[in-house]
Design a protein around this ligand. Structure first.
Ligand code: 3PG
Ligand code: MG
Length: 405
């Protein structure tokens, strides 16, 4: 891989306009009182790059998206709450600027956040010319001597105007967050310390099939929990009651099981309803009753997974083990996350492990369950992006930074 040009390679930034692509796509809860950010991990992770550019005297213009708006500007997709939180975290105002309008007056060190870049349909267009046109307009906002800093790791797997095309319009540099993320994932794909264990959860096998296929030859064990474990259990000939089942994936799961590296739960928490008030029982996987659905892995599974993790020297985790948002089904995720924290600290058999949490739901689970963020070696801000990196796919937003001008 070519060395990425970094912010350190930039010369004097005083008075120069810098367009920064960040991933500030955070979960929001809407109520009559307005929108509340339920997990600000991505905003916090984006602050250091923004602050260092501002401190270097640049005029910082941030581009980011929120959700997937399909019909132009809509209040519920506004970045206003994000601008406010960013300002709080920086203890300096972050103004929200309209898209497609001239920028407000700015002085050295000022930070402006452009409204949701996906309000402009050209951002996500499949048409290269349309995206290129938007990228040209964005580049023009910087006047002469403008630069682009790509720091939205969570979105580098998207070939979109503010991620990809803009890097061809302006001198482009990787921000500190993108650099760290890529470095960490490189460690996992190039000669990880062994044993290397991957923990995968989440609801669908079909979403993760590709990543499982590409990871299996690289890892020593693949621990599977979450909704997708039931299709694997069915592939072993077990009945799974009303649990999530992807019949069309059973054959693929059977093939993956032949690797001998897949470790499945031995017990599960089943419920008669998908709710926090449901009746629940913990049963061995051979005895999932008809009419009940598995919503978490059970304590014996946690113990079995923890045993594998205790001796692991490298761990990657993506996807919750159960419906952790509902208290009766949170213990599997908590237990496995704690086992990873213990391994990272060298508590298991004394071996210190290098642990990476891959984005999205698992990162939110860490914070929602009150686990220490610094208990892991790295918590990625990119779910999809980190999985695609591990699959060996080309990430357009990274590849474009490697192109030599
Ligand atoms: C994410 O949340 O996964 C990133 O911000 C990318 O968003 P997207 O999946 O809507 O492209
Ligand atoms: Mg996503």
């Amino acid at each position: 891989m070519a060395r990425l040009r970094t912010i350190e390679d930039l010369g004097d930034l005083r008075g120069r306009r810098v367009l920064v692509r960040s991933d500030l796509n955070v979960p929001l809860e809407h109520s009559p009182d307005g929108a509340r950010i339920t997990d600000d991990g991505r905003i916090r992770a984006s602050v250091p790059t923004i602050t260092s550019l501002a401190e270097a005297g640049a005029l910082v213009v941030i581009m980011a998206h929120l959700g997937r708006p399909k019909n132009g500007p809509e209040d519920k997709y506004s970045l206003a709450p994000v601008a406010e939180r960013l300002g709080d975290l920086r203890a300096a105002p972050v103004r929200l600027a309209e898209l497609g309008k001239p920028l407000p007056n700015m002085a050295a060190g000022d930070v402006v956040l452009l409204e949701n870049i996906r309000f402009d349909p050209r951002e996500t267009s499949k048409n290269d010319d349309e995206r290129g046109e938007l990228a040209g307009e964005l580049a023009a906002l910087t006047g002469t001597q403008g630069v682009f800093v790509s720091d939205g790791f969570g979105v580098v797997h998207r070939k979109q105007a503010s991620v990809y095309d803009l890097a061809r319009e302006l001198p482009a540099y990787a921000g500190g967050l993108v650099l760290t993320e890529v470095e960490v994932l490189r460690k996992l794909t190039h000669d990880p310390e062994r044993p290397y264990a991957v923990v995968l959860g989440g609801s669908k096998v079909s979403d993760k099939l590709q990543v499982i296929e590409s990871l299996l030859p690289q890892v020593d064990s693949l621990l599977v929990g979450g909704g997708m474990c039931f299709t694997f259990l069915a592939a072993q000939g077990l009945g799974v009651g009303d649990s999530l089942l992807e019949e069309d994936q059973i054959n693929s799961c059977r093939r993956l099981l032949e690797s001998g590296k897949v470790v499945l739960p031995v017990d599960v928490v089943v419920a008669d309803d998908f709710s926090a008030e449901a009746n629940t029982r913990t049963v061995p996987v051979e005895k999932i009753p008809d009419g009940w659905k598995g919503l978490d892995i059970g304590p014996e599974s946690v113990a079995a997974f923890a045993q594998v993790l205790a001796s692991a020297k490298t761990v990657f985790w993506n996807g919750p083990m159960g419906v952790f948002e509902l208290a009766p089904f949170a213990e599997g995720t908590r237990g496995v996350a704690q086992a990873i924290v213990d391994t990272t600290a060298g508590k298991g058999d004394g071996t210190v492990g290098f642990s990476v949490v891959g984005g999205g739901d698992s990162a939110a689970a860490v914070r929602a369950l009150g686990l220490p963020e610094d208990g892991f070696s790295h918590i990625s801000t990119g779910g999809g992006a980190s999985l695609e990196y591990l699959e060996g796919k080309v990430l357009p937003g990274i590849a474009v930074l490697e192109e030599r001008k």
